[in-house]
Design a protein around this ligand. Structure first.
Ligand code: AHR
Length: 307
């Protein structure tokens, strides 16, 4: 018990695999599928590792159960993409007490709990929201009158909270920019479409849809077309993620911009685990580098998109 937490046990036989438990959220979006594939490919193709993968079907309780099962199986490291920010203290303390390092992937947990995980690997969601707002302000001008529908991600998720905050703070000083409706679409295409459909029945005086992910943006595009309007022209469409479908929609003129969010985090997770086992000091936040794609830049990038 008094051995330092970040050294491999001395009594481990040589050649023993590094066992990693990963508690995934689910399969709600193209982005999530790409993240899962990245993790499975990275660990599945490396004989030094064994991956135990759990899909929580969007439920925090299932993620908590998976973590407890990983602890019981004495895995060497746990990866967690937390579906929501709050409610992790007890189970992460159990992992800590068992001496198992936890790496948060993609989404964060409530501030103040930094001692409960080793590193967070992922994006700056506030910056993504700011970048979405910046594109819009550049497009319409600071003094324009712009009605916005915001399609929010999963309630309580850091990706939703921070993308909302970054965007709303960035337009707070521009009186003409009004969020006329803001509703969760749970990061899925079907709900993005459903929310947009319902809103368009009441009001069509919208200039922008800001969706917290591309899947919801693509769902909204369908709803807008079915309502007889032209997405990308009558209503500008902003998404986040940078999935191929968004690049295709931009090339077709139906979507305007996607703020990239990198899901290919498997290699970084593997490196972080190896560094941890080698006793290296890890940054608390291993931040993804991302871009913003619109117009010709998006069209040029489409053939090389990996997800
Ligand atoms: O946490 C990242 C978000 O989760 C992605 O933007 C979204 O597509 C996914 O469901």
């Amino acid at each position: 018990a008094d051995k330092p937490a970040n050294t491999a046990p001395a009594d481990e036989p040589a050649g023993k695999k590094i066992v990693v438990g990963f508690a995934q959220i689910g399969a709600e979006s193209g982005w999530r599928d790409a993240e899962t594939a990245s993790i499975k490919d990275t660990f599945g193709n490396d004989p030094a590792f064994e991956l135990k993968f759990s899909d929580a079907q969007q439920k925090q309780e299932n993620q908590i159960k998976a973590i407890r099962s990983f602890i019981a199986q004495k895995v060497d490291a746990i990866g967690l993409a937390p579906v929501v920010e709050s409610g992790w203290e007890t189970v992460l303390k159990e992992a800590k007490d068992a001496g198992i390092p936890v790496f948060l992937l993609d989404r964060g947990i409530t501030a103040g709990n930094e001692d409960l995980y080793t590193s967070f690997i992922g994006s700056d969601f506030i910056l993504e929201g700011e970048n979405a707002a910046k594109w819009m302000l550049d497009e319409f001008g600071a003094d324009a009158q712009v009605n916005i529908v915001q399609l929010e991600g999963t309630v309580g998720a850091s990706a939703a909270n921070d993308r909302k905050k970054g965007f709303e703070d960035a337009i707070a000083g521009n009186a003409g920019y009004k969020i006329v409706y803001s509703q969760t679409g749970d990061f899925t295409r079907a709900k993005g479409k459903e929310v947009m459909e319902a809103y368009l029945k009441k009001d069509k005086n919208i200039q922008v849809v800001y969706a917290h992910n591309d899947d919801m943006a693509l769902g909204a595009i369908q709803a807008i077309e079915e309502a007889g309007l032209k997405p990308g022209t009558d209503i500008k469409i902003i998404g986040v993620d940078g999935v191929k479908g968004a690049f295709e929609a931009i090339a077709e003129g139906k979507m305007n911009v996607t703020v990239e969010c990198n899901p290919l985090l498997g290699p970084q997770l593997k490196q972080a685990i190896l560094d941890y086992q080698a006793g290296k000091e890890l940054p608390k936040w291993i931040k993804s580098e991302e871009d913003v794609y619109f117009g010709q830049k998006a069209i040029d990038a489409l053939p090389n998109r990996q997800y």
